[in-house]
Design a protein around this ligand. Structure first.
Ligand code: UGA
Length: 441
């Protein structure tokens, strides 16, 4: 099939390459010429494991092209909207500028029967407005949210754990005739994952939009729940990692996403729960989501607590102390520093008078662009040179596997803060380190 993918960021670039891999002819559109140039040259504009290989592989087939001109999307059977929906500056709600601009630019190129598939994370009600905006063209909107995780984006796109189609429905809630036709078109797009028995949920616009934010809210809640338990553990001497193991054996709870530590960040979870709260307020049901305010607060408190912990191990003050921060990305296997807990803590400590040196296998350039006043190093050992405290803030494998003796050879004081609860305390203590973590004795 011929597909266009509008917006080539973390979501769109991976989606475009993956769809070409599935055998479709794909044109990726982005307003950023630098991004388009990189993708045209087969280079990923950001770090995502597997994407460079995928770009090379599909690049050779000639099925994947890129353009800055939306007119090049004309003629595609399906147009995927993959642009960002950041948080509005100083407010909770989502900024729909990019979505609206993409739709407006696309409209003149739509033909009757074309399918527009919305993938961006939007406040419920947006799909209905887009359907209205494109209705005169005879194109049909399907809401088709994306659930990929950064770091696993290629795998998640090629082998999704579920597909969701939000279709236009009639008064009985059944898909309209044009909705059913659009569904068949998407079934063809996703023929390969569907043949692998990927569960498919077919529903209406509102449900499809809510699925996405509900999923992210649940994940955020799960993380904040365990971080709230960490607060309890801190005041009772209990160990949150053992607690998570024990409750996680209950299949109804499950161990995944119960890792206590610096909490969640990134370009999705934090802004999605805030946009969801804002939308609930507009809909007059803010009470339904008031718990998300607490989820957000628990999450942000962990960052403050980590700075306090640094102060504690430095006997009351971090002023003038050298602190090495291992990790700047919001999670491992990513170069994304949007709302990164690691970087936020590093910046806070620097603002409070510490001399902070940050390192990260992939995210140093992005981190430096955001916080140029921090100091940066290429490796953990370089960052930790003469450090009074070392903070493991993002659980890259190489930091999890670091040997206490190797680090001990370069630091000024053996003090390690485990921001992600990934190190073995006994191992570090046996090597003469002061080990502290969030939610662990
Ligand atoms: C998240 C969702 O997991 C995806 O399903 C969704 O598609 C995506 O947002 C999106 O909306 O596009 P992502 O932001 O890539 O994916 O990252 P996650 O793996 O969810 O991690 C989010 C944050 O939570 C990270 O900062 C991570 O360190 C933190 N986290 C995760 C914890 O603190 N504890 C955990 O147990 C798990």
């Amino acid at each position: 099939m011929r597909l266009s993918v509008i917006g080539c960021g973390y979501l769109g670039a991976v989606h475009a390459a993956s769809m070409a891999q599935l055998g479709h002819e794909v044109i990726g559109i982005d307003v950023d010429l630098k991004k388009v140039d990189a993708l045209r040259a087969g280079r990923a504009p950001f770090y995502e494991p597997g994407l460079p290989e995928l770009l090379t592989e599909v690049g050779a087939t000639g099925r994947l092209t890129f353009s800055t001109d939306i007119a090049d999307a004309a003629g595609a059977d399906v147009h995927f909207i993959c642009v960002g929906t950041p948080q509005v500056h100083g407010e909770f709600r989502a900024d729909l500028t990019f979505v609206n601009a993409a739709v407006e630019a696309l409209v003149p190129h739509l033909r009757p029967g074309d399918v527009v598939a919305g993938k961006s994370t939007v406040p419920v009600g947006t799909a209905e407005a887009i359907a209205e905006a494109i209705s005169a063209t005879g194109a049909v909107l399907v809401w088709n949210p994306e659930f990929l995780r950064e770091g696993f984006a290629v795998e998640d796109t090629l082998h999704p754990d579920r597909l969701v189609y939000g279709l236009p429905t009639d008064d009985d809630g059944e898909p309209t005739a044009e909705g059913s036709k659009a569904r068949s078109v998407l079934d063809e797009v996703y023929a390969t994952p569907l043949s692998e028995d990927t569960p498919l949920v077919v529903t209406d616009y509102a449900t499809a939009q809510l699925v996405k934010v509900a999923a992210n809210s649940f994940l955020a809640t799960k993380i904040s729940f365990i971080n709230a338990m960490a607060e309890l553990c801190e005041s009772t001497g209990a160990d949150v990692t053992r607690l998570a193991d024990a409750i996680g054996y209950d299949a109804r709870i499950g161990r995944r996403f119960l890792n206590a530590g610096l909490g969640f960040g990134g370009g999705c979870l934090p802004k999605d729960i805030r946009a969801f709260m804002a939308r609930a307020g507009e809909l007059g049901v803010s009470d339904a989501l008031s718990f998300l305010r607490e989820v957000d607060s628990i999450n942000m408190r962990r960052r403050v607590r980590m700075v306090d912990l640094a102060r504690e191990v430095c006997h009351g003050s971090i002023v003038g102390k050298r602190i090495a921060v291992l990790g700047a990305a919001f999670k491992p296997d990513s170069d994304d520093v949007r709302d990164s807990p690691a970087l936020s803590v590093a910046a806070q400590m620097q603002l409070q008078g510490a001399h902070v040196t940050v390192t990260d296998p992939q995210a140093v350039a992005n981190a430096r662009a955001k916080w140029p006043d921090l100091h940066f190093a290429d490796t953990a050992l370089e960052a930790a040179k003469d450090a009074d405290v070392v903070l493991l803030a993002t659980e890259w494998t190489e930091y999890c596997e670091i040997e206490p003796d190797a680090l001990a050879a370069v630091v000024a004081h053996r003090r390690i803060l485990d921001g992600r609860n990934v190190l073995k305390p006994a191992h570090w203590r046996a090597a003469g380190w002061t080990y502290r973590a969030l939610g662990r004795p």
